[in-house]
Write a new protein. Sequence first.
Length: 74
Amino acid sequence: VGIRDGYRQKGEAMFTKVKIELEFLPSTGKYRVKSCVNSLDPKPGQIVTAKEAEELIVRCGRNGGSVTVREGKR
């Protein structure tokens, strides 16, 4: 359990400052994850649906994180 305990302590301190940058893709109506700091998911470059993006925003807000949404190029 040693590794998990250490990770948990470190992880909690890290997880408070989650920063996710999303880019809206108008052609598909989905979001691309541009950067993702201190969060295990999603991975940068991953495409998420509007619903998933909404859940991420809610989840980050609850943890005191921030989500930036940019308008992508057409």
